[in-house]
Design a protein around this ligand. Structure first.
Ligand SMILES: Cc1cc2nc3c(=O)[nH]c(=O)nc-3n(C[C@H](O)[C@H](O)[C@H](O)COP(=O)(O)OP(=O)(O)OC[C@H]3O[C@@H](n4cnc5c(N)ncnc54)[C@H](O)[C@@H]3O)c2cc1C
Length: 464
């Protein structure tokens, strides 16, 4: 509960009804996609940059923790409230402020739904390239804070590669404009790209200028079935070595195919399939099929059982059936999925997949692995029963061993989901002490009282 005078002051900034603290409403904002919850003291729904700035100044004065929130679809506890915190939900800031096709940019508030930005861009023959799987409901502020990505990012890059500028409010209430509306920019330090991926710990983002690229006329699809994980990973390496970039290169491992066989979705996969790659190529009506043919040629090699191309909408949908059925099938293996989002250089992908197999055996756990193989980014899902203490202990040991393996392969803890509260204890394994110290100093400059999204992104500084 907020103290009454503080509550009144915040409510006055928000016009009364946009500050809520009744228990039923608070319960809706107590968690994100992680299986954890913490009820906040209140939730604020600002409608403008000015209201955000006013809220932050009061919170800074009072030492009130603020937890920014988009749609709450994050799966690392990034939007998980801190005890006694004020959640700042951006769902009422949904305006498109400017759309300039000739400059190839769009300016939006943080509450705009990601796919809506792409939809608007396409009305002028452009597209917003980052395409997280949650794009139909996640918000651009959350994407910016997490540097979200998706299948298209193998060709077009992640959110960070599509941001020209930001407007934001730092933890002590300073209002900043970073970057510009130009496609080239070389003035000052690059605060834009520092704030992208900062998970709401440095500033609250209130406006973003996003880069748009030409939309491709056609997308065509190739589904490849392999006799082993290794054969599929070797094909990925051959694809990434040649000059034609796919606009999606997705992988499903042997354990994923087993889940599909058991729970539905593998009906159209040929016998002997142990791993599947889904590739897409884009371009104009001539170019796209030509590119797909080049990708298929690169994939041909030992262990390829079947290659099927799709050109019409119906063919493409049918080829994606197995991949689209996977989430449903995986949920049936065990009630809880601990999702790791590791990334390695593509050249180390086969080693990683072999190591994941070995870890599953060693810790006696089903590890279901799929993801954006063209970026070396795999989602490793440890399927567990949360009431089984022995299994949970094995999962904890397995997670740590997985992360150590990934780091030994020159990889990183997270390719796109971020760190949040769930992974911050592993950050010291990856980032050297001098860099971590600089990061803590940056945090103190942007947010001297540590009110912005406490307990996220970085481990606590030594001595705390
Ligand atoms: C089914 C499913 C599929 C997914 N697929 C993908 C995928 O393909 N790729 C991918 O990258 N992720 C994926 N995700 C994860 C998630 O959707 C992304 O991390 C997304 O960017 C979160 O957006 P959100 O609006 O839900 O943000 P939230 O979860 O509400 O918040 C995420 C983080 O952003 C911060 N934040 C939110 N708004 C602001 C703001 N205005 N200023 C500063 N900080 C802010 C929050 O504090 C939090 O730290 C998936 C999740 C699900 C459930």
């Amino acid at each position: 509960m907020l103290a009454a005078p503080l509550r009144s002051e915040l409510a006055a900034v928000l016009g009364g009804e946009r500050l809520i603290d009744d228990p039923m409403s608070l319960a809706l904002y107590a968690s994100d996609e992680t299986p954890r919850a913490c009820t906040p003291a209140a939730v604020a729904f600002p409608m403008s940059h000015a209201e955000v700035a006013a809220l932050v100044r009061i919170a800074h004065r009072e030492g009130l923790p603020l937890v920014p929130r988009g749609a709450g679809s994050g799966n690392v506890g990034g939007a998980l409230p801190a005890p006694g915190s004020l959640v700042v939900s951006f769902e009422c800031m949904q305006r498109v402020l400017e759309f300039r096709p000739e400059d190839r940019y769009i300016v939006v508030e943080p509450g705009v739904i990601t796919e809506e930005i792409d939809r608007i861009a396409r009305s002028a023959g452009l597209m917003y390239a980052p395409d997280p799987g949650s794009g139909a409901y996640c918000r651009i502020g959350g994407n910016l804070a997490m540097n979200a990505a998706g299948p298209r990012c193998v060709k077009y890059g992640a959110t960070r590669d599509h941001v020209l500028g930001l407007r934001a409010v730092t933890g002590d209430g300073r209002e900043i404009r970073a970057g510009s509306r130009t496609s080239k920019y070389a003035t000052g330090y690059d605060l834009t790209h520092l704030l992208v991926g900062s998970e709401g710990t440095l500033a609250l983002i209130t406006e973003a200028t996003l880069r748009l690229v030409p939309a491709m006329e056609q997308i065509v699809t190739l589904r490849l079935c392999f006799a082993s994980n290794r054969a599929a990973c070797e094909a990925v390496q051959r694809v990434m070595r040649q000059p034609v970039l796919p606009c999606a290169l997705e992988f499903m491992d042997r354990r994923s195919i087993e889940a599909l066989r058991e729970y539905g979705g593998a009906e159209h996969l040929p016998p002997g399939t142990e791993a599947v790659l889904m590739l897409e190529a884009d371009g104009d009506a001539d170019e796209a099929p030509r590119r797909l043919a080049a990708l298929e040629a690169a994939c041909r090699g030992a262990g390829l059982i079947e290659a099927q191309s799709g050109f019409s909408a119906a063919e493409i949908a049918s080829l994606w059936t197995a991949r689209k059925s996977l989430s449903h099938a995986v949920k049936k293996i065990a009630p809880l999925k601990i999702n790791e989002d590791v990334v390695v250089p593509v050249s180390r992908l086969a080693e990683l997949v072999d190591a994941i197999d070995a870890l599953g055996h060693r810790h006696d756990l089903p590890l279901v692995t799929f993801g954006h193989a063209g970026n070396g980014n795999l989602h490793v899902n440890l399927m567990v029963h949360p009431d089984d203490a022995g299994e949970m202990a094995r999962a904890a040991a397995c997670r740590r061993a997985l992360i150590e393996t990934v780091l030994a392969l020159s990889g990183s803890l997270s390719g796109e989901h971020g760190i949040g509260s769930e992974k911050r204890r592993f950050v010291e394994l990856e980032i050297d002490p001098a860099s971590l110290d600089l990061m803590h100093q940056l945090k103190a400059v942007f947010d001297p009282r540590g009110i912005l999204n406490p307990g996220k992104k970085l481990p606590d500084p030594a001595g705390l």
